[in-house]
Design a protein around this ligand. Structure first.
Ligand code: 13P
Ligand code: SF4
Length: 311
């Protein structure tokens, strides 16, 4: 256990939490949990992190069973990196709207149109899109990944246009963006940042690179969700331009900090589909299992491995 829940089981949730911990021991499962999950799920997590940190944990896991508290593309990545394990996504409908803005077939067509081009795929993609890509990246390493591509290569960056624009600016590379976006981050504005600065003048503003460039430029720092947790050690007052429950994640590790979401209404509905009851059922039945066609998993793994080799 690396960063398990801090506080003990609480009130109504306590019996479910105890049941899950007992089932986890019995099945030798490891529970990987994304930073945006409902805070009560932190109580049963073996590790809580961002996409890259969770991918690393999945790759290192020797457990026969991985329960993934997050969304589908993250559970698929865990399955690709830990093929021997049975990977369970407690709520199979927990997808990612950005990941649904691209398909493997659509990418193949675009790639043919732009050929020659190097395809960099954000991990927020279905496995068949990763399989059509040259290298993956996450919000934590996108700049480094793009800098690793040979300087004479044009890059097609999928599917997030905002992350693509940020990375193009940081690397000065010729990047063709796919026209996808995250509905939680894409509608923040520089006016939101100005208002937050007025309301909390001594707080630093940290924004996720899925936000539009004008928001990133108005912020003090740009960071993945894992980067936000690390920045909280130095900055006791923060405004976060990301999913609004991220402040609960910060306060779990830094209870004396103050944290405000850039907008309270910025909620990822899919991330909130996981519940303790669903995790308990998933451990009991060891379903619903994440499965992928072997050839897709193999080709997607090559793109993920190239990323993992860099970081
Ligand atoms: P992180 O990898 O920064 O946690 O981002 C995942 C995500 O889906 C952000 O919307
Ligand atoms: Fe996908 Fe946006 Fe939710 Fe992240 S916050 S999982 S990018 S829909």
């Amino acid at each position: 256990m690396n960063n398990p829940g801090r506080s003990g089981p609480k009130s109504a949730a306590a019996p479910l939490i105890s049941d899950i911990i007992r089932l986890k021991r019995k099945t030798q499962a490891v529970i990987l949990t994304h930073n945006y999950q409902p805070p009560v799920l932190f109580e049963i997590a073996d590790f809580i992190g961002d996409s890259l940190e969770l991918a690393r944990r999945a790759a290192e896991a020797s457990a026969p069973l991985i329960v993934f508290c997050g969304v589908k593309f993250m559970a698929e990545t865990a399955k690709i990196l830990s093929p021997e394990a049975r990977v369970i996504l407690p709520e199979p409908k927990a997808g990612c709207q950005m990941a649904d803005m691209i398909t493997g077939a659509a990418l193949r067509m675009k790639r043919e149109e732009l050929d020659p081009v190097t395809v960099v795929a954000y991990v927020n993609t279905p496995a068949d899109v990763k399989a059509e890509s040259d290298i993956c990246c996450t919000s934590a390493n996108a700049v480094r990944v793009v800098n690793s591509v040979a300087s004479d290569r044009r890059i097609l960056f999928v599917p997030d246009k905002n992350l693509a624009r940020y990375v193009a600016r940081e690397t000065r590379r010729d990047i063709v963006p796919w026209e996808g976006h995250c509905y939680v981050h894409a509608f923040f504005t520089a006016a939101d940042v100005a208002r937050a600065r007025k309301e909390h003048p001594d707080a630093v503003v940290v924004s996720h690179p899925e936000c539009p460039l004008e928001v990133l430029d108005a912020s003090d720092h740009v960071a993945s969700t894992g980067g936000m947790v690390r920045l909280a050690a130095e900055h006791p007052r923060m405004v976060l331009g990301t999913e609004s429950s991220m402040c609960s994640r910060i306060l779990r590790d830094h209870p004396d900090n103050r944290c405000w979401p850039l907008r309270r209404t910025a909620v990822c509905k899919n991330m909130k589909m996981t519940t303790l009851a669903k995790v308990k059922a998933a451990l009991q039945g060891q379903v619903p299992e994440v499965t992928l066609p072997a050839d897709v998993a193999e080709r997607a793994r090559a793109a993920i491995d190239r990323m993992m080799a860099l970081s």
